[in-house]
Design a protein around this ligand. Structure first.
Ligand SMILES: Nc1ncnc2c1ncn2[C@@H]1O[C@H](COP(=O)(O)OP(=O)(O)O)[C@@H](O)[C@H]1O
Ligand SMILES: [Mg+2]
Length: 416
């Protein structure tokens, strides 16, 4: 089968890698990275229009859309119209990630537990609000409504920081249109977890649990990033809690989609805070997580292409999705200066010395038989062993074999 994976990150390399283990697919990465080049054909196009042209001209039969932006812009609507088997929701379903305000309204309507919040679409009222809030109610969380590549959320500890966040979003307009509305919400305490499911509009099947590390520095300090590491399974989610997540959150999302006539065929990702009062939703994503995918897919036994098929035909109920009873740990190597400013074009060495772990590339380029850095998050090393401790040790042993100038990674991933 001819299958295209849209996107260029570690997530997409992991998807391509998983597909490369199944049958004899002809695989394309659009646009892909240095790592996907080894296992798929990289196709250097990026706008939805060009992607669609490529898919049609090359008679691609299946497409897996990795990132949120093409989904929010309606790529899945178009590919479905063209008869291509598609993993990813249409534009109406992608609103659950595209607009945090839309998602909050949806959650309130369908009684899905989340942080209390208030929405503002003008700066003056937002400022008045934060100035009125008693200091002992801080920290608060200020969020830009729209897509901001993981940079639009600010945890503010006092009025001054709240003002700064509002200025960044609404006056400097750092996230453009995405910051036309802001949402100010209650700060939730607890442990974070990611809960992903495959959904076909009628049913869903859960993936294995995972946890990611958002902050740049050890012990969760420093600025938020796209994710510096992850592991699976999450020891914080036992059977009883998982049932609660399904009943109070995922079942209600599905019911809401039904009532709103949203035909959601893709991956739904719930970012959760496990609080004393039970699991609460921080946000939803309309796609696989990056880096969670790099620990989830190596544990998947059932061919991914079969799952995508079943989702397309709304027959997810009929397939049994199997997982390896193992633990996976992924440590991300970033370029010095990430997530703010960083250099590119550094030679990456030692990749050939990694024998046991999987190396998923993110910001890399393959030129003249050599790999170079080409992004902030450069690559991730995933180890899959019998338990988290072993996977953690293996991942760190293997990442230490790789070098590039300015290479940085956290040392506390999966240190529980
Ligand atoms: N209400 C909240 N309470 C505590 N922490 C939060 C809250 N909302 C977000 N966060 C923190 O900020 C991170 C990013 O927020 P999120 O809503 O997931 O937005 P995005 O991923 O789009 O940046 C979360 O992973 C979490 O660490
Ligand atoms: Mg998030």
């Amino acid at each position: 089968m001819k299958i295209a994976v849209i996107g260029s990150g570690g997530r997409e390399h992991a998807i391509g890698w998983r597909l490369s283990k199944e049958n004899s697919h002809k695989l394309y990465s659009v646009p892909g990275n240095g790592g996907t080049k080894e296992i798929t054909e990289n196709v250097d196009v990026s706008s939805n229009k060009k992607i669609l042209e490529f898919l049609k001209e090359n008679e691609i039969e299946m497409v897996i859309i990795g990132p949120e932006i093409p989904l929010a812009e309606g790529l899945a609507d178009e590919t479905r119209k063209s008869g291509i088997i598609t993993l990813g929701p249409n534009k109406d379903g992608a609103r659950i990630e595209k607009s945090k305000v839309w998602a909050k309204n949806f959650m309130n309507k369908y009684n899905i537990p989340t942080a209390d919040h208030i929405v503002f679409d003008d700066y003056d009222s937002a400022i008045k609000y934060v100035e009125k809030v008693r200091e002992d109610r801080y920290p608060l969380v200020v969020k830009a409504d729209g897509l901001a590549a993981g940079k639009g959320v600010f945890i503010v500890k006092d009025t001054e920081e709240a003002r700064d966040a509002l200025n960044t979003i609404m006056v400097e307009k750092k996230f453009g249109e995405a910051g036309k509305k802001v949402e100010i919400e209650e700060f939730l305490r607890g442990v974070e977890a990611s809960y992903l499911v495959f959904m076909d509009g009628e049913k869903y099947k859960p993936m294995v649990t995972s946890k990611d590390y958002k902050q740049l520095l050890d012990n969760d300090r420093g600025p938020n990033t796209g994710g510096m590491g992850t592991f699976s399974p999450s020891p914080h989610i036992d059977r009883a809690l998982e049932q609660k997540i399904q009943q109070n959150i995922i079942d209600r999302v599905l019911e809401g989609f039904h009532k709103e006539n949203i035909d959601y065929r893709g991956v739904l990702y719930a970012g959760l805070m496990l609080t004393e009062d039970g699991p609460k939703v921080l946000e939803f994503n309309c796609r696989f997580g990056d880096p969670e995918t790099q620990v989830i897919l190596p544990r998947l036994k059932t061919p991914l292409s079969e799952i995508v098929h079943a989702i397309n035909e709304v027959s997810l109920e009929k397939i049994d999705i199997k997982w390896k009873d193992k633990a996976a740990v992924c440590v991300i190597a970033a370029s010095d200066g990430y997530p703010i400013e960083y250099e590119k074009g550094k030679h990456i060495t030692g990749l050939e010395n990694v024998k046991k772990s999987l190396v998923f590339h993110a910001g890399t380029k393959f030129v003249n038989e050599k790999y170079y850095t080409a992004g902030g998050r450069v690559l991730g090393v995933t180890a899959v062993e019998n338990n988290l401790r072993k996977s953690r040790e293996q991942a760190y042993r293997d990442i230490s074999k790789i070098t590039f100038e300015g290479m940085y990674y956290r040392n506390d991933i999966a240190k529980l």
